[in-house]
Design a protein around this ligand. Sequence first.
Ligand code: ZN
Length: 67
Amino acid sequence: MPIYEFKCNQCNTQFEQLCRLDWQGTVACPACGSKDLAKALSAFCSPGSGGGKSCAGCAGGNCGSCH
Ligand SMILES: [Zn+2]
């Protein structure tokens, strides 16, 4: 599963969350509990997309599922 970076629209907390592609409604801010989040990092690392050779969203090296 990809790691997404989120930014809370309520308190501007940034955090990373390992989550499914359909994260909306399932991820909440750890600081205030809001689900009004902006995804700060677009991680294209769903298995099977684009052959999975390179993953621009996983440049941090934390995505082991797409290589
Ligand atoms: Zn928040």
